[in-house]
Design a protein around this ligand. Structure first.
Ligand SMILES: Cc1ncc(COP(=O)(O)O)c(C=O)c1O
Length: 373
């Protein structure tokens, strides 16, 4: 049943309270609240099983995971990391925090990801790593990046912040690259409220990451530079409970996504992200791009929805390459076009079909009105 409550772009997956509270009580009785406690170790094991990964480090958030993975490169200060301008700001900020420089390349207009050919052209002797983002959980050209990384002997770190549960030909998206990082923030398909992870796929990085996450301590002594990037027991226990519900969440999101597509797919001027057919997707976002005669009219659609208490988000706008601190004199035409015309519509398990229909009808009606003007 549709109601007049505000509808936001997402709503967090939450554990069942009585079960969670009982486990929180156990944590408090144990009095071990952080530092590799039993909940964290169990979560690590269960996530590795669920995502079919061998080696997962758990951290306090996805930005820390990016930062730690970049520090583990031990690159010369000022080295370059090739990435996308069409991402959340954390991608570029983590590069800066690690003393490195983001180099932006343009995106593919259909998948919204950077491609290996564009990256190849941007490689210089200063390149320390390639860091593509699987935008909205849509897998990048994994084979292309793997080949490029090997041919150029440059490490590959995927920002897979949105990629929980996504599979490519039966393989977890996080298995790819030397490292892949995940965000488990409350806004993601699967969350630990705040949380992040690194799938360490090339064993060489393991020791450095364990060390950076925990103040640079080795054998109980602070030996190297490090930070406190640990996940607490309370976050881990939320993760354990949410893991029981995430498959259902993804299943329900698929139904919402199918319903939007059923209503909107054939409408001229509406374009949707291209996801390859052999991808098992997680439906983490539902982006719609305004094209042709609807290009440049995004704010009009937002105003119409906001008036009805519906709050989609301009992900990702502005481009990272347009922020004052990263401003570069590059055209990045495709990224700019997508960034200026994209809107992520509400999608989450509890969103009811009547609300999806209402949102779709408002969009269709607005498109018709704009057409007639
Ligand atoms: C592409 C991308 N990378 C990194 C992050 C950072 O993750 P976190 O919010 O867990 O720090 C986000 C967060 O939304 C993101 O969208």
């Amino acid at each position: 049943m549709s109601s007049n409550k505000p509808i936001y772009v997402t709503s967090p997956l939450l554990p069942d309270m009585p079960d969670l509270l009982a486990d929180i009580e156990s944590i408090f009785l144990r009095k071990m609240l952080s530092n590799n406690g039993p909940c964290l170790l169990q979560l690590k094991q269960e996530l590795q099983r669920f995502l079919n990964l061998k080696n997962l480090a758990l951290l306090n958030n996805g930005t820390s995971a990016l930062y730690a993975s970049l520090l583990a490169l031990n690159a010369e200060p000022g080295s370059e990391i090739i990435t996308t301008p069409f991402s959340f700001v954390a991608t570029a900020h983590a590069i800066t925090a690690a003393g490195l420089k983001p180099i932006f390349v343009d995106i593919d207009p259909d998948t919204y990801n950077i491609d290996a050919n564009a990256v190849a052209l941007a490689i210089t002797e200063k390149t320390a790593a390639i860091m593509p983002v699987h935008v909205f959980g849509n897998p990048c050209d994994l084979k292309g990046f793997e080949a490029l990384s090997q041919a150029e002997d440059i490490p590959l770190i995927y920002d897979a912040a949105h990629g929980f549960g996504v599979e490519m030909d039966g393989n977890s998206l996080l298995q790819f690259g030397d490292m892949s990082i995940l965000s488990m923030h409350a806004t993601k398909v699967y969350n630990t409220i705040e949380g992040g992870a690194i799938s360490i796929n090339s064993v060489g990085y393991q020791k450095d990451i364990d060390c950076f996450i925990n103040f640079g301590i080795v054998d109980a002594l602070p030996k190297y530079f490090g930070m406190n990037l640990k996940m607490s027991e309370l976050h881990a226990v939320v993760g354990l409970h949410n893991l029981k519900k995430v498959e259902e969440e993804i299943k329900n999101r698929k139904k919402i996504s199918d319903r939007y597509l059923e209503k909107l797919n054939q409408i001229p001027g509406f374009k949707f992200q291209l996801i390859a057919p052999h991808v098992k997707y997680n439906f983490s976002y539902f982006p719609i791009q305004f094209t042709n005669n609807l290009k440049g009219r995004r704010d009009h659609f937002i105003n119409v929805l906001n008036e009805k208490n519906i709050f989609p988000r301009k992900y990702f706008s502005p481009l990272l390459s347009d922020l004052e601190m990263y401003a570069v004199d590059q055209s990045l035409t495709q990224a700019r076009n997508v960034s200026e015309n994209i809107l992520c519509l509400p999608i989450y398990s509890e969103l009811c079909f009547s609300d999806v229909d209402k949102i779709s009808e408002l969009l269709i009606h607005t498109a018709q009105v704009l057409e007639d003007v």
